[in-house]
Write a protein that binds this ligand. Sequence first.
Ligand code: PMP
Ligand code: GLU
Length: 398
Amino acid sequence: MRLNARVDAIALSTTLALDARAKALAAAGRDVINMSVGEPDANAPEAVQVAAERAVRGGKVRYTPAEGTQSLRKAIAAHISATRGVEFTPAEIAVCHSAKHALSGALMALIETGDEVVMLLPAWVSYVEIVKYAGGVPVEVAPRPDLGPDLAAIERKITKKTRGLLINSPCNPSGYVLSESEVRALSALAEKHDLWIVTDEIYRRLVYEGAPNYSPVSISPAVRARTVIVDGASKAFAMTGYRIGYVAAPKDLAAAVGRLNSQLTGCPNAISQAAFEAALTTEPPEVGAMCAEFGKRRDFLIAGLKQLGLETPIPRGAFYAFPNVRPYLDARGSSGFCEDLLEQQNLAVVPGSAFGSDDYVRLSYAIAIEEIGRALDRLGAFLRTHAERPAPSGARKA
Ligand code: PMP
Ligand code: GLU
């Protein structure tokens, strides 16, 4: 069957593909440690479970408005107003099936064929594919050595065709959290070159040290008017399988995403909407506890990677470590490294190539700390059996 060219060009999500492979190997009896996919290991908070059950038993299982229930949009608007320090109304919210779906809706609503969209490397696996599917041209910009944004390099990549800037803080995969001054500088660039900003803030609550995440919408009404926030329930509320997220944006964009929903998907899942509303309105205590636990795991993993001699930028947020493994790579790059690591040590991690940064690999620390310990042992054993290759920036022995 002949496929549409744009669909045919879509790559399978590396994170999801690796997760499926790791799970299949585990089901076949292999003792696999899975640090590939990024999802919390905890169940969703009690209040979420109760609300979901109540929705099911109470028959709240019908179509809802395409842009989400009014009560959930109200709860989201109130949540954003409180956390970003700027008033949002329900009309500026469109609820979607997930943050991924919200991002797709926003990008489809914004991009005309041939529009260039600037994104910072390393960039989450789906950005390039969604932009291309929407008809846009992804323009990837290399970061500074600490994986922060290189503003001069970004400005050099802006052309007459550039329409948008896609940012993600805390960053998947590096855990880098943009500082307020970096967000201001990026927003100033967007104003100077008349670009929209899509800011993916799905890991906003998961920041372990330093200042909290800062959103462009907090800068000024003018920046807010060109900005779309993408967020959702998956990470902070451990609700990945519920599939619920949203855009918060100027009214016309939110309404456009709602119209797309009405024709393409109908409406977001009614049960998950009720569950997400409970999460936002009760602020469950489990969230803080989960975040504290992630913080401990982060410290443990970063210390372990350091002991193995791997240069690892300190991830202030999200739940990933992104060590540089360049001294250990052969011609196959990071995907060969990950292939061998899984084959020889039963440890699943994601190649940096999936994020546009082939010198690195990503390890999710959203798994039990004991598992992280075992994973470090395996990684150490793997590195010892792999001779370091000469690296330009001074390799160290494991
Ligand atoms: N953005 C980033 C940066 C992510 O890591 C993810 C992964 N879940 C998403 C968006 C999408 O989240 P979801 O679709 O589960 O809401
Ligand atoms: N965002 C998570 C990750 O990067 C979940 C998988 C996905 O949607 O890519 O691993």
